[in-house]
Design a binder for this molecule. Structure first.
Ligand SMILES: O=P(O)(O)OP(=O)(O)OP(=O)(O)OC[C@H]1O[C@@H](n2cnc3c(O)ncnc32)[C@H](O)[C@@H]1O
Ligand SMILES: [Mg+2]
Length: 199
């Protein structure tokens, strides 16, 4: 079976990728499988910079083709925060629960129509001695007043998906893959994949 290596330590993210890549006949491997000891510091100030940094670090280490994902949530009422700092919004321990509590608290006086937000994802594809490429995707929604659903990861329980009238955490991984920022970024990558034999 074909294998795809993702430079991530986030198990929720890895599950999202499995839902996308399994139907294409790929098994997904992560940093936990191929380089547990690696801790790639995300020093960039944009999703693109961080995605490139993660992908190139692992591609150089393994001397093979890898992809990385840098993603986050932009909340309009907070001028785009938490953005690239989404994973660490409530602190370096990267707790999904603490992040959601902090965000709900920051928005406690903001009414529904003003709670617009979007998930963004940039996928970087790196291979030794090849130029690194990036692909972006986004998913529009609102920050709900409370949590709902138990699927997914991160901010999914408080993210209301406008196109489906459901919280992201109410979707199966397969449903999420069709509409998510990550799914859209991979769809852009696939367009090139299918049209380019060298890729
Ligand atoms: O860097 P890696 O190891 O891949 O894992 P990470 O969790 O640190 O990943 P990022 O640096 O890309 O930060 C992304 C954060 O944005 C949030 N996020 C991104 N995509 C999400 C999604 O599909 N659902 C919910 N939250 C998401 C969530 O808090 C993530 O931890
Ligand atoms: Mg990270």
């Amino acid at each position: 079976m074909k294998e795809i290596i993702i430079a991530t330590k986030n198990k929720g993210k890895a599950k999202d990728f499995e839902a996308i890549f399994s139907p294409m006949g790929y098994t997904v491997k992560t940093l936990h499988d191929v380089a547990e000891e690696m801790d790639i510091e995300e020093t960039g100030t944009t999703f693109e910079e961080n995605a490139i940094l993660k992908a190139e670090a692992l591609a150089n280490h393994l001397q093979t083709f890898v992809i990385a994902d840098d993603s986050g949530l932009e909340v309009d009422a907070l001028n785009g925060e938490p953005g690239v700092y989404s994973a660490r919004y409530a602190g370096e321990e990267k707790s999904d629960e603490a992040n959601m509590e902090k965000l709900l608290d920051a928005l406690k006086d903001v009414p529904s129509p003003e709670r617009t937000a979007r998930f963004r994802c940039v996928i970087a594809v790196a291979e030794p001695n090849m130029p690194t490429k990036t692909y972006a995707g986004f998913c529009e929604g609102h920050i709900a007043m409370e949590k709902k659903g138990s699927n997914g990861f991160g901010y999914d329980p408080i993210f209301f998906v406008d196109s489906l009238n459901k919280h992201m955490a109410e979707l199966s991984a397969e449903e999420k893959a069709k509409i998510s920022h990550r799914g859209h970024a991979i769809a852009n990558l696939r367009k090139e994949w299918e049209n380019n034999v060298d890729f």
